[in-house]
Design a protein around this ligand. Structure first.
Ligand code: HEM
Length: 259
């Protein structure tokens, strides 16, 4: 068999930037980190925040395309989108590793520079909460001064949640998405219902990862600042605990009690 000589990549673009730099906006990306203190851990905190923000937006895209597929009765398309989302969620959960080594002394060194900034004000995250059905309209006030974001959030708030779209699909098949409905679906040997049961399991994969992200956030907060109040004005840990304890897609969890 003829041996192939490996060819090296091209080096001579002779332009101010490489195609890679231009394509992925690399210069812009690397110009977005502006620590306000001299504490090196602050940069890690900024990068962790930016990575998670990008992933929140990516997850919104996957969940939204799952919704479009559900509306078209395309269960395979919705499954593919949610599975892509699971990959995003796994990286989101793993992103907490970036902050796992930050000590309370390091965090305290730059915390005053945050002012009242808090992840609680993340609109990308708020979209996800709305898509999960946690629709707390007063939170829109955060963006009263930012018309584009306010309009987009209002649309997500008023639109169906991911679970609403699942319920609508089941309803078109004469089925219900309450705990009793899921119990019947899980027990059924009817082929379409077995597919819905598998989809229910996929929704629980999504749910587990949402809770996992919340729990790791809670633990990071406990580790780096204990039970002090948050920069966003909440009681901090106790407030986060409530969110972490909340079941995502509660009907699917309740169905377990009867099965
Ligand atoms: C160790 C570093 C962190 C600490 C100590 C911390 C602390 C807190 C606290 C105390 C809250 C409650 C609201 C408040 O009063 O501020 C909160 C909320 C929140 N944080 Fe963090 N946070 C950290 C890192 C992050 C990162 C990297 C992100 C990613 C963007 C993030 C996203 C959020 C979100 C989305 C909320 C709202 C949660 C909800 O609505 O349930 N946090 N954080």
């Amino acid at each position: 068999m003829a041996s192939r000589t490996p060819t090296s990549p091209r080096l001579d673009f002779g332009e101010p930037t490489t195609p890679y730099t231009a394509y992925a906006g690399i210069d812009e990306l690397h110009s977005l980190q502006h620590p306000r203190s001299k504490e090196p851990a602050e940069r890690t905190f900024i990068v962790a925040t930016q990575v998670m923000e990008l992933l929140f937006a990516q997850l919104r895209q996957e969940w939204t395309s799952a919704q479009h597929a559900l509306r078209a009765d395309d269960l395979a398309g919705a499954t593919a989108a949610l599975r892509r989302g699971l990959g995003v969620q796994d990286v989101l959960v793993g992103s907490w590793d970036l902050l796992a080594t930050m000590t309370p002394v390091e965090f305290s060194a730059f915390r005053p520079y945050l002012g009242e900034a808090s992840g609680f004000q993340s609109y990308a995250y708020l979209h996800l909460e709305f898509l999960l059905g946690n629709k707390h309209a007063p939170l829109l006030d955060l963006y009263a001064g930012h018309p584009r974001v306010h309009a987009e959030l209002t649309e997500t708030l008023n639109g169906p949640s991911l679970y609403d779209d699942v319920a609508a699909l089941l309803a078109r098949h004469g089925l219900s998405a309450d705990a009793e409905g899921w119990t019947g679906i899980y027990r059924s040997s009817d082929p379409p219902q077995r597919e819905f049961a598998l989809f229910g399991e996929l929704l629980l994969d999504v749910a587990e990862r949402v809770s996992e992200w919340r729990r790791r956030h809670y633990t990071s907060v406990k580790r780096t600042m204990g039970a002090k109040p948050g920069t966003g004005g909440s009681s901090g840990l106790s407030w986060l605990q409530k969110a972490a304890d909340q079941d995502v897609f509660p009907d699917l969890w309740s169905a377990r009690n009867a099965l």
